[in-house]
Design a protein around this ligand. Structure first.
Ligand SMILES: [Zn+2]
Length: 170
């Protein structure tokens, strides 16, 4: 496969997103750069950002599309056509950047992988100052019924961030 990962620059990101989506595109590139510096020590490689206005992926705001082995590298953000909430929705961009970070480190980037849970805990601490516990998903028997939970902290017993939290599920 053609390796373009070293030649696609932040300038390329800007040119592409600005040409395709105008100010909105440029703003998202700025946000990506800001997050890359603030949360990832600039470790992430510049990546094409794609903005869609349709909702082809159900109700998801972003398509977790970062899959370089299958389809090349992009982050696709699904922005409702009245995109007032776009920049309010920075969680969506950050979520995709966590996938990118794990892929680029060669780690499992799936939701609830050990790396994913580690990054959610790390980022939550940076953003909110709070320690949270994101436990691995497991099944337990409650009142004779098997249910899936996120395991509490093994030492402190602290309850996990629930699975339905948007940081853990896409
Ligand atoms: Zn995701």
């Amino acid at each position: 496969m053609l390796d373009v990962t070293n030649v696609f620059s932040v300038e390329d990101m800007r040119r592409f997103a600005g040409e395709a989506w105008g100010q909105t595109g440029a703003d998202i590139v700025d946000r990506w750069c800001e997050f890359n510096a603030k949360y990832f020590a600039n470790a992430l490689k510049p990546v094409p950002l794609v903005i869609t206005n349709t909702q082809p992926f159900g109700k998801r705001l972003a398509f977790c599309s970062y899959n370089p082995d299958a389809s090349g590298r992009t982050i696709t953000l699904n922005v409702p056509s009245a995109h007032k909430k776009l920049l309010a929705d920075n969680n969506t961009l950050l979520h995709e950047m966590v996938h990118q970070f794990l892929f680029e480190r060669g780690e499992n980037a799936a939701h609830l992988s050990p790396g994913w849970r580690r990054e959610i805990m790390r980022l939550t601490k940076i953003i909110t100052g709070k320690d949270i516990w994101a436990g691995p998903s497991k099944t337990v028997r409650r009142d004779g019924v098997v249910v899936r939970i996120n395991a509490p902290h093994p030492q402190t017993g602290e309850a996990s961030l629930p699975q339905k939290n948007s940081a853990l599920a896409a």
